[in-house]
Design a protein around this ligand. Structure first.
Ligand code: ATP
Length: 234
């Protein structure tokens, strides 16, 4: 479904991604784990057209994404939940969700998806008229995910959904990610919380200073000694 081949990304002199290869097949949860600054966010931003590829290709359903403008990416069925949520603080919950559907014109379908999002995140329904900025961190993460779902994506790119959240909320968010995948949405999940990410993913890639150093079944990586040492607390 999504294929990244020999991708190189630079920020001026900084070589952020070096010959990255990642594949996500339809229906999978694939996770990209790695430490701070390893290149996880840059990978997602390259897919979404937010940073240019210096070389290499990104294809989605056989369509080349290189050079494709970022605002058009959701029309292809790719939704991005960015690091730090980036919700619209001054807009209400309902308005934030509406923004997620900017690429759609099917009013009846949009209305149905509001109900789908409210069913998946009952707390957003309770707070639909509240401004986004007044929500807790966990609720803001739910809102960012709900907003992305309003585009009815084929694939959801999630950038560190667990960041800054209490363990109990992280569990809830990961449970919801599993559910979203169960209802047919493919997921590429970027995480520093390797334990949680590997426990829900089918396959995983480990990134270190811009290089993919390991890949395999998530269940195998959970047992891998080097992964245990570096990412799972020994
Ligand atoms: P984090 O979890 O901290 O977001 P990450 O794994 O997502 O880390 P990236 O944010 O992709 O890593 O960063 C990869 C490298 O690129 C790092 O060395 C980072 O300092 C650098 N970098 C990222 N964004 C920029 C930018 N806008 N300008 C210059 N360098 C950048």
């Amino acid at each position: 479904m999504l294929k990244i081949q020999n991708l190189n990304v630079y920020y001026d002199a900084i070589h952020a991604l070096t010959d990255i290869n990642i594949e996500v097949k339809e229906g999978e949860i694939v996770t990209l784990i790695g430490a701070n600054g390893a290149g996880k966010t840059s990978t997602l931003r390259a897919i979404s057209g937010l940073v240019p590829a210096k070389s290499g290709t990104i294809t989605f359903e056989d369509k080349k994404l290189n050079g494709y403008p970022a605002y058009k990416i959701p029309y292809l069925g790719i939704s991005h939940v960015p690091e730090g949520r980036r919700i619209f603080s001054n807009l209400t919950v309902m308005e934030n969700l509406q923004m997620g559907a900017y690429c759609r014109k099917d009013d009846a379908g949009i209305k149905k998806d509001f109900e789908m999002v409210y069913a998946r995140f009952p707390r957003l329904k309770e707070r639909m008229k509240q401004r986004g900025g007044t929500l807790s961190g966990g609720e803001q993460q739910m809102l960012a995910m709900g907003r992305a779902l309003m585009a009815r994506p084929k694939i959801l790119l999630l950038d560190e959904p667990s960041m800054g959240l209490a363990p109990i909320i992280v569990q809830e968010i990961f449970h919801i990610i599993k559910e979203i995948n169960g209802s047919g949405t493919t997921i590429l999940l970027v995480e520093q919380n390797a334990n949680m990410a590997l426990s829900i993913a089918n396959r995983a890639y480990v990134i270190e200073t811009g290089n993919i150093v390991l890949e395999g079944k998530a269940s195998d990586l959970l047992q891998d000694d080097s992964v245990k040492q570096a990412y799972l607390g020994g």
